[in-house]
Design a protein. Sequence first.
Length: 165
Amino acid sequence: MPATARRRVLDCLGELCRMDGMTSVFEYAVCTLARSYISESLEPRRTARTTSIAVTIAELQILFSSLAAHGHMEPEIAQQAYSAGMAHLGLARIPPFSPVPGWSGALDRALRCLDGLPPADKARLVEALGITVVHDGQLVRTEAELLRAICAVLHCPLPPLVEQN
């Protein structure tokens, strides 16, 4: 597909996601996956930016709060899922659970920053996201869609989310 057509696809998807002024998890996942794959086909990454988990606390808070809030309808369960996932990262201090209104833009910015983590930190991050998702023993579609989009942007495979026998 020519580059101009790929850009048009991205523009159309962006307009569809913004059309009603609200972004559902499904819309976010579709637009994020398409943007990730198409943008990289247009402009492949040349060098990786590097950062560390220790300096991305605000981004981690946004990421885990967004995932927990969309995967667990009861605020108390969402808080517990958030805490379980964040604890896996081994942070000195876990910031409070704080879902962000207008979450999709904040999540995009957080993911762009977190994509600069080294591979070992990304692996630990994705494991922690898996812990957040399965905390309540259930995997709902919105969690799976959101986690798939997150992993694509981070350039990481999805973690196994079921017990291995």
